[in-house]
Design a protein around this ligand. Structure first.
Ligand code: HEM
Length: 179
């Protein structure tokens, strides 16, 4: 997993819960990197699971809720650090439809070792988009937050429903219906 995912996560923890909690999370002995992350480095995906699980224990908030909050935070950060990708789209559906065939393709060019999910997008009606998420990393709650962050960015309102297509959470269908 790319370092930016870790650095943004820790920034969110600091902003929402304070630096003491960041310090506590990074002291965890099982972190292979020793809790030192740079934006361009690559780290084991398991370290993010450890950080989020510990944050959940410390705050009493469920892991899915924390991943969703983090997704919303991350999208806002992408609008700053990857502005050209975001500005190319004029609506949330346009951006969401371009994640797999454009944005993540460009991300892969920048970071050849990026671990990215697979999306299949369909638009059954003008106000209805479906996104089928597939990834071994089972981060659909993070995807849910990114979708919500994208809607907020374009000032649009929609209902986002997540349906698990496999019990292990590797395949999830998002139904996004604009209000
Ligand atoms: C400007 C917009 C976006 C940029 C620049 C971007 C970039 C990235 C980057 C750098 C990663 C980390 C790869 C790694 O750690 O190796 C990532 C992962 C991910 N992205 Fe995007 N992304 C964008 C939009 C989105 C949107 C809108 C969604 C959801 C619909 C999404 C879904 C995900 C998910 C779920 C992952 C985690 C990896 C996984 O589940 O396998 N991304 N993206």
């Amino acid at each position: 997993m790319k370092g930016i995912v870790f650095t943004e996560f820790l920034e969110m923890v600091e902003e929402k819960f304070g630096y003491e909690l960041v310090d506590l999370l990074l002291c965890e002995e099982s972190l292979a990197s020793g809790g030192v992350y740079t934006a361009v480095g690559t780290y084991d995906h398991g370290e993010m699971v450890t950080l989020v699980t510990n944050l959940s224990q410390q705050t009493g908030l469920p892991v899915p809720e924390l991943l969703r909050t983090y997704g919303r935070y991350m999208f806002a950060s992408f609008t700053r650090s990857y502005r050209p990708f975001v500005e190319r789209a004029t609506s949330a559906f346009e951006l969401l439809s371009s994640v797999h065939h454009y944005i993540h393709v460009e991300v892969r060019k920048l970071y050849p070792d990026a671990e990215l999910p697979h999306f299949t997008v369909e638009q059954p009606a003008a106000n209805h988009l479906t996104m089928r998420y597939e990834s071994e990393r089972r981060l659909s709650d993070f995807a849910h937050g990114l979708i919500e962050g994208c809607l907020t960015h374009f000032n649009e309102k929609a209902t986002v429903v997540q349906k698990k297509l496999t019990s292990d959470g590797t395949v999830v269908l998002f139904d996004i219906v604009k209000d």
